[in-house]
Design a protein. Structure first.
Length: 297
């Protein structure tokens, strides 16, 4: 994915990273001699892969991988007996100084990485019926900057998601996805931050005539809104100051193969897509790359 605007230099990324949702951000110091508080960096593992920009034009780059292991699949049998599913997730996020889509090797080199965060967690999949599921989840982990004057923090998020599906004709399906998350961090300097995002979104899935490897291609798109109920500053940086993001809109499109995953060597994804994210006041904008439903993130 091409970066938004000019390339981000080391100082700019060192001054900011990132906003919400289940998490890491960046930490730096003011250019003058006055000390500055640690910058919250508890949200990028939760926010996911993408390029994000605040109102003064500064950008942040986040690369996240999230391997998972399903211990048991959720199901409901013909007699209505429910089996609760369990999944263990291991999201790891890298904050980078620069992003070059034509030189991924250089992008992922240690010299270009400014933050590393790992927030493993577990989620339960509780089928309420054939079309409605609930997923309580909890993650806790740790992150650090890689510079000489690095700081570190404990990072966590917990909450619950729900998905209500509505099958349509010719394979078309749409679903209502909701979530409430409590996310935050506590740094090694005993500074902390908490956010409480409440999200609702509509997802759509339509198979088309095209095929990949003999399987029909599915087109996905979604539209969602998040209200940060506690209205805390979510994006902070030494030159950005305090950006109080009260809400966020997101719209995205993707393609996949339905029940069959897209595969590359040992890696596989449910879908591959891109989303545009922005706040109502225009203070925050970003482009994310995603590989699963909102319900599975």
């Amino acid at each position: 994915m091409e970066p938004i605007g000019p390339a981000l230099n080391r100082g700019a990324l060192g001054r900011w990273l990132l906003a919400v949702g289940s998490s890491v951000a960046l930490h730096s110091a003011l250019a003058d001699s006055n000390p500055t508080p640690a910058i919250p960096w508890a949200y990028s593992a939760y926010f996911g892969t993408g390029v994000y920009r605040v109102e003064n034009g500064e950008k942040a780059y986040v690369l996240r991988v999230s391997p998972s292991w399903t211990w048991r699949e959720a199901s409901v049998d013909e007699q209505g007996l429910r089996t609760v599913g369990w999944k263990f997730k291991f999201p790891v996020a890298l904050g980078t100084h620069d992003l070059d889509a034509h030189a991924i090797g250089a992008t992922l080199s240690l010299d270009n990485v400014s933050t590393i965060t790992a927030v493993p967690g577990v989620e339960a999949d509780i089928p309420i019926g054939s079309r409605w599921s609930l997923r309580p989840f909890a993650n806790v982990g740790w992150g650090t900057e890689t510079g000489a004057d690095s700081s570190s923090a404990w990072v966590y998020w917990t909450g619950i998601k729900s998905r209500l599906a509505f099958p349509g004709r010719d394979g078309f399906e749409w679903a209502l996805v909701n979530s409430l998350t409590y996310s935050g961090y506590t740094s090694d300097a005993n500074q902390s931050s908490r956010v409480l995002p409440l999200s609702t979104a509509f997802e759509f899935d339509r198979p088309i005539e095209k095929q990949i490897g003999g399987d029909p291609v599915h087109l996905y798109w979604h539209f969602g809104y998040t209200d940060y109920l506690n209205h805390k500053p979510l994006l902070l940086g030494s030159s950005v100051g305090s950006i109080d993001v009260e809400d966020e809109w997101e719209t995205g499109m993707a393609f996949g193969k339905g029940a069959e995953p897209l595969r590359l060597w040992r890696l596989h994804w449910n879908r591959v897509g891109i989303a545009y994210r922005f706040s109502s006041d225009g203070a925050f904008k970003g482009v994310s790359v995603f590989f699963s439903s909102l319900f599975d993130r």
